[in-house]
Ligand binder design. Structure first.
Ligand SMILES: Nc1nc2c(c(=O)[nH]1)N[C@H]1C(S)=C(S)[C@@H](COP(=O)(O)O)O[C@H]1N2
Ligand SMILES: [Mo]
Length: 401
């Protein structure tokens, strides 16, 4: 494959030569070159705090945010949930490259420094794992047993995927963009391909071209931690986490839909057409959803005292416009108060004051709706297999006199 030379890599070299000329004497050369090497060696950001997060899996590492402690709109990096399928690759930016290839006129490769010199964009985006809430499914569904904390929101900074596709001259009739990570291993369940595979996932070209789809190197203003994809990961606003490939090393412009493992045998569900025949679809856009953070499941509350019911709601390519709360297991509903301003692709906090006068057991439910009129389904649709868990999950509390 032919790599076209990049103007900015030439820029780096001439800067360095200029700098060396300024430094002058030959005697300083070994010392200076060691210093320059060290300057290129940008470290990864601080990783997850395992004393705060709930370990759902040690290897590959899966850590849940304790959702009952929710308070920050932007989740501090050490508290952001983690979902890995394989061992975290330990990448060094000096050796790391991003390749853009496939159905393009000008395939190219970027170094980390070259990438950091491209125009940067910032986008606040929520990541939810498609299995979030799985622990509440009956019968038990296979996969990581997330309760409510397979979700977090952060501010991401990086380059627009669209800019790189333009630079490569992606064919306008391309079907999809495949994102490949450096991590690899054997998938844990059948059916699966033989041996080790890399984590890879595609986006339709129409989605990949949106200016808010980023390849991010900063998370809340800090370098990504190795657990979150250092040095580079995809951010796909409005989609489930599985599309936000970490440890990105390759972008392939594909002329046909990509039927890779993580969007066929894994991370897929059934949708009924007008003829009622179930067809397999890859997990993509987020479902509208509200979750109660507090009170927490099993909490004891004093009768006759006001309680604040508090949580968050989010959706895909729309905006949360309504959250309703039931304190009687779904018989009656009252609107919650939506807090702050809606920011697309993030979560919106909400609250409702509740004063339970009678002692007893109460089932609290939250149900969100978005501007398009999508409403959380009250019942679980079994066609969704072990994914897209968006029916309201009851929070049972006890009120004592
Ligand atoms: N390369 C790679 N990217 C990946 C994954 C992975 O295992 N490998 N997991 C995906 C899934 S299923 C989710 S939910 C998100 C989780 O991102 P986080 O660990 O930063 O929270 O990363 C996605 N990107
Ligand atoms: Mo996920």
């Amino acid at each position: 494959m032919i790599m076209s030379p990049l103007p900015c890599s030439a820029g780096v070299d001439s800067d360095r030569r200029f700098f060396l000329r300024q430094a002058g004497a030959a005697a300083v050369w070994p010392w200076l070159s060691a210093r320059l090497e060290a300057a290129d060696d940008q470290p990864a950001g601080p990783g997850p705090d395992q004393s705060v997060l709930i370990a759902r899996d040690k290897e590959p590492l899966c850590l849940e945010f304790p959702f009952a402690t929710l308070k920050d709109f932007q989740m501090p990096n050490p508290q952001f949930f983690v979902r890995n399928h394989f061992t975290i690759p330990q990448l060094e930016v000096q050796n790391w490259r991003l390749r853009v290839e496939g159905a393009v006129q000008r395939p190219f490769e970027l170094t980390y420094d070259e990438l950091r010199k491209l125009p940067a964009h910032t986008q606040t985006t929520l990541i939810e794992c498609t299995g979030n809430g799985r622990a509440f499914l009956t019968p038990r569904a296979k996969g990581v047993q997330w309760e409510l904390g397979g979700v977090s929101n952060a501010q991401w900074t990086g380059v627009a995927l669209a800019d790189l596709l333009r630079r490569a001259g992606a064919r306008p009739d391309a079907a999809e963009i495949i994102l490949e990570g450096a991590d690899f291993g054997e998938p844990s369940s059948e059916p699966r391909p033989a041996g080790k595979i890399h984590f890879a996932r595609s986006l339709p070209f129409s989605k990949a071209r949106q200016p808010n789809v980023l390849l991010a190197y900063l998370m809340n203003g800090e370098r990504l931690a190795p657990a979150h994809g250092y040095p580079l990961r995809a951010i796909v606003p409005g989609w489930y986490g599985v599309a936000m490939v970490k440890w990105l090393t390759r972008i392939i412009v594909a002329e046909r839909p990509f039927r890779g493992y993580s969007q066929t045998f894994d991370y897929s569900y059934f949708r009924r057409g007008p003829d009622q025949l179930p067809i397999v679809v890859a997990v993509g856009e987020l479902q509208v959803k509200a979750q109660i953070a507090r009170p927490a499941r099993g909490e004891m509350l004093p009768a006759g005292k006001e309680v604040r019911i508090f949580g968050a709601a989010w959706t895909g390519e729309s905006e949360v416009t309504r959250v309703d709360i039931s304190t009687d297991g779904g018989k009656t509903w009252q609107p919650a108060n939506l807090l702050d301003k809606p920011i697309p692709y993030t979560w919106r906090f909400w609250e409702m004051a509740w004063r339970p006068d009678q002692p007893g057991r109460y089932r609290l439910l939250a149900r969100a709706a978005d501007r398009r009129g999508h409403v959380q389904p009250l019942e679980r649709n079994p066609d969704l297999r072990n994914y897209l868990i968006s029916h309201p999950v009851p929070v049972e509390v006890e009120v004592r006199g």
